[in-house]
Design a binder for this molecule. Structure first.
Ligand SMILES: NC(=O)c1ccc[n+]([C@@H]2O[C@H](COP(=O)([O-])OP(=O)(O)OC[C@H]3O[C@@H](n4cnc5c(N)ncnc54)[C@H](OP(=O)(O)O)[C@@H]3O)[C@@H](O)[C@H]2O)c1
Length: 268
């Protein structure tokens, strides 16, 4: 195995794009996800198409031992991870107090925050001792603001941006970098999984391919943050967001995420 990228959530929308980009450059892969069947199928297809080696590790990333299991499997097999892409994650529409269950939100914190943090804790020391390695953490433009009706999701992505940027600075001059990718709304499995299909926010979501490429290239360059895939007015709004009164911004985001808000009215 050489030039190895470990990609979590490898068979999801954005994950598949990362896999294709890295394999397309001749890099080997470690695919991580919870469905062994899908991983096996993906690994076989990637090996056939790109003539690279694709290993896989089946793990439910909402469990506390998933990161350790992933790291131990790599060590046991002497697979050196050159690129760690923390891509797996999910959102979920709903009112924090009255709709979202404890289990849903705690599981989200485990997948979006805890496991990427554990994976960095485990893999970064090896990268630093080798003097090389890159991490790409898939955050979101959601990480730049609070997100009523996806309160925990937005907060998990704010955490991921913050921790990535702080570690980027700590790793200065080590040869190792941590980049945060902040996509806008994309048409992937995320939309159905999070019950977001009929919201305004996802009415003009983009395809994930260019976002993955921007993130991958940003990771190679060791950039701090990569913002990509913002359709329509979202791009100017993101940069102007800090200038809006906070309560107005909270109303705006709430209205974007109300169930049914994405349906076009007869006047439109
Ligand atoms: N789509 C968007 O609008 C958007 C915008 C900004 C950021 N993002 C971020 O982009 C990343 C990739 O998401 P996506 O858009 O590609 O959505 P996706 O198509 O739903 O892919 C998400 C991947 O994460 C995996 N995953 C979820 N829970 C898991 C668990 N407990 N254990 C192992 N794997 C798990 C999924 O596997 P299963 O299919 O087995 O659940 C899937 O492979 C996520 O971090 C997401 O937060 C997405």
């Amino acid at each position: 195995m050489k030039n190895v990228a470990l990609i979590t959530g490898s068979y999801g929308g954005l994950g598949t794009c990362f896999v294709d980009i890295h394999a397309g450059k001749g890099g080997d892969l470690i695919l991580v996800g919870r469905s062994e069947e899908k991983l096996k199928e993906q690994a076989q297809a990637v090996e056939e198409k790109y003539h690279v080696t694709a290993q896989y590790i089946a793990a439910d990333l909402s469990t506390a031992d998933a990161a350790q299991k992933t790291y131990d499997t790599c060590k046991e097999n002497q697979w050196t991870v050159d690129y760690l892409i923390n891509n797996a994650g999910f959102g979920g529409q709903g009112d924090f107090t009255r709709e979202r269950s404890m289990e849903q939100d705690m599981s989200m914190i485990a997948v979006n925050i805890e496991t990427p943090t554990r994976l960095m804790k485990l893999f970064l020391p090896d990268m630093v001792s080798r003097g090389s390695g890159k991490v790409l953490n898939v955050s979101s433009t959601a990480g730049t603001m609070p997100g009523p009706l996806q309160a925990v999701y937005y907060a998990t992505k704010a955490y991921l941006c913050s921790v990535s940027n702080a570690i980027w600075r700590e790793l200065k001059d080590t040869g190792v970098t941590v980049t945060a990718l902040m996509p806008g709304a994309m048409q992937t499995g995320f939309v159905q999984a999070g019950g977001l299909a009929d919201t305004k926010l996802f009415s003009n979501a983009v395809a994930p391919n260019q976002v993955a490429l921007d993130g991958y290239n940003g990771m190679l360059k060791g950039e701090l943050n990569v913002i990509s895939g913002l359709p329509g007015l979202q791009k100017p709004l993101i940069s102007l967001a800090p200038m809006f009164p906070k309560k107005t911004m909270l109303d705006f985001v709430y209205n974007q995420q109300v169930a049914g808000s994405g349906k076009k009215s007869s006047k439109e």
